[in-house]
Design a protein around this ligand. Structure first.
Ligand code: C5P
Length: 249
């Protein structure tokens, strides 16, 4: 009897850990669509990501609504401006209740430190993730912006600079997560999009991995959009991914 209850406790703890690892990208164009998805995912997922499309369509109100429903919100607006402006943007996003924010590592150490200080001084102290090299950039695109380096070398350079400047983590693809984990150690939060369960439609993503491979390679959190939001049954799709995450932990 005791063993059964311990097993149940362990499995509930594992479920909760898996829930903490999954972030659902609500890439929709209206508050109504976001609301409908949120209603289907409530009680199953803890984290949702609000990106530029939804934020510009539905504003602070949707962030506050999702928070009021119990979700933690990853506000993915990729700030990149002078240090003072980015620090102010971080304060505003924090006061709206966002728990996770993105900024561009290419903004440089002064911008990253100003953002990190602003986040740490905010009441709910959101975590900051630095975007290194956008996955749409290849060597030629980097060269056109004056950077003579491979995308991998540039990712590593920016990742080191960003973590030293006080951000909590990085957004990276499944292809880089293993290397970054090896190079940067256990501390940085590594958030990985481009996740596709075996057999799922790949869409426009290129550097993809299954949930279990990304977790085993060292991902802290997985960002999953269409495999959940465009599934016939989003709740069921999310549960299957959570099970896969739990079994990889
Ligand atoms: O639908 P899908 O699972 O491909 O959605 C992935 C999410 O992660 C999208 O919101 C996308 O903008 C985001 N993302 C990404 N690649 C990056 C950074 C963010 O796919 N390098």
């Amino acid at each position: 009897m005791k063993d059964n209850s311990r097993e149940r406790t362990n499995s509930a703890a594992k479920d909760r850990l898996a829930q903490d690892r999954l972030i659902v990208a609500l890439d929709v164009s209206s508050a109504a669509q976001a609301r409908e998805l949120a209603a289907q995912l409530r009680g199953i997922c803890l984290w949702v990501k609000v990106g530029l499309e939804l934020y510009l369509a539905a504003g602070n109100a949707i962030v506050e609504e999702l928070r009021a429903q119990g979700f933690s919100v990853f506000l993915d607006l990729k700030f990149h401006d002078i240090p003072n402006t980015v620090a102010g943007a971080v304060r505003s996003a924090a006061s709206m209740g966002a728990s996770l924010l993105t900024i561009h590592a290419a903004g440089g150490p002064a911008m990253l430190s100003a953002a990190a200080e602003a986040a740490a001084a905010s009441r709910n102290a959101p975590h900051l993730l630095a975007v290194t090299v956008l996955t749409s950039m290849d060597r030629a695109q980097l060269a056109a912006t004056g950077i003579d380096a491979s995308p991998a070398d540039q990712v590593l350079r920016l990742a080191r600079m960003a973590t030293v400047s006080g951000v909590h983590g990085l957004v990276c693809s499944a292809e880089e997560v293993r290397l970054l984990r090896q190079e940067l150690g256990p501390d940085p939060q590594l958030v990985v999009p481009g996740i596709r369960p075996a057999g799922a439609e790949i869409g426009d993503q290129k550097r993809i991995a299954t949930p279990s491979v990304a977790i085993r390679d060292g991902a802290s959190n997985l960002v999953v959009g269409r495999p959940i939001t465009r599934a016939g049954d989003p709740a069921q799709a999310a549960l299957a991914i959570l099970e896969e995450i739990a079994s990889a932990l």
